[in-house]
Structures are given as structure tokens and as C-alpha cells.
Design a protein around this ligand. Structure first.
Ligand SMILES: [Ca+2]
Length: 102
């Protein structure tokens, strides 16, 4: 039986180790990426961004015309005050993204 040179033996171990280390880099339970590429095109403004005059409510005139909340405004204006409180806006913001939340 031939004696295996120590250097060859060491490199064989190194190879095996590298192979197993490489296998371990495959993510098993990778957390969801913070940046969702599908959301970069439709950035949802926050309550504070929409509350332009900082009176604590969002009136319809503060909502950009192209924003979907402009159309949905009445349905989320629960107390029909013609402005959205933070609570009313939250029900829009959280409800709208419910299917994305995980
Ligand atoms: Ca306001």
C-alpha cells in the first residue's frame, strides 16, 4: 500500500471542506429581501408624506391625482369627515398590503 503524501492528503481535506462549505452557502430559510423589486415602481407614500399641511389628517386635495387613494378616498373616510385620520389611512395602508405581508 502506497503512503499518501501529507500535502496531497491535506489538499484532499481542503477540497472536501471547501465542497461542504460551498454547500452550506445555499440559503435554507432565507428571510424575505427588504427591497421588493415589484414595489419599487409603486412606492406608497406614508401618512406624513401625504399630510402636506401637517394638520394630522389627509384631505383629498393633499392626495396626488394619480394616487389610487384619490379614488378610494370616500371608502376609507370612515367618519365622512372628508379627511383621512391616521387610523383611517392605516386601514388603507395595511389592508392594501395584506396579501404582500408575510
Ligand atoms: Ca392635512
Amino acid at each position: 500500500m502506497r503512503k499518501i503524501p501529507a500535502t496531497l492528503f491535506a489538499s484532499a481535506i481542503a477540497l472536501a471542506f471547501a465542497a461542504s462549505a460551498n454547500a452550506q452557502t445555499t440559503p435554507v430559510g432565507e428571510p424575505q429581501p427588504v427591497m421588493d423589486p415589484t414595489q419599487t415602481t409603486t412606492v406608497q407614500p406614508t401618512f406624513d408624506e401625504l399630510d402636506v399641511n401637517k394638520d394630522g389628517t389627509i384631505s383629498q386635495s393633499e392626495i396626488p391625482a394619480e394616487h389610487e387613494l384619490n379614488t378610494l378616498f370616500a371608502s376609507y373616510d370612515a367618519d365622512q369627515s372628508e379627511s383621512l385620520s391616521r387610523t383611517e389611512f392605516d386601514s388603507y395602508a395595511t389592508g392594501d398590503q395584506e396579501e404582500e405581508a408575510e
